[in-house]
Design a protein around this ligand. Structure first.
Ligand code: FES
Length: 77
């Protein structure tokens, strides 16, 4: 298996008070519906707007020889 730097995923539980964030295609941000935090999915899900202060945990992905993708680690949890 090999790591895919061009693929990434995040735990979608907001780091503020644990609501589920959603991707907004218009803004291209991950948005929390509870208190309005914004996370940038292109930039390691860093906080663009609070009240959250911590980025979303990143899920490390690997691809096997058949093209199947696996989550193998969680960073920042
Ligand atoms: S739970 Fe997401 S901003 Fe508060």
């Amino acid at each position: 298996m090999g790591r895919r730097a061009d693929l990434y995923a995040y735990n979608l539980t907001c780091t503020h008070l644990q609501c589920q964030v959603k991707y907004n295609e218009t803004s291209q941000m991950l948005e929390c519906p509870c208190h309005g935090s914004l996370f940038d999915p292109i930039n390691d899900a860093k906080v663009i707007k609070g009240p959250a202060v911590k980025a979303l945990p990143k899920i490390v992905l690997e691809e096997d020889e058949n093209g199947d993708i696996y989550a193998v680690d969680l960073i920042g949890f």
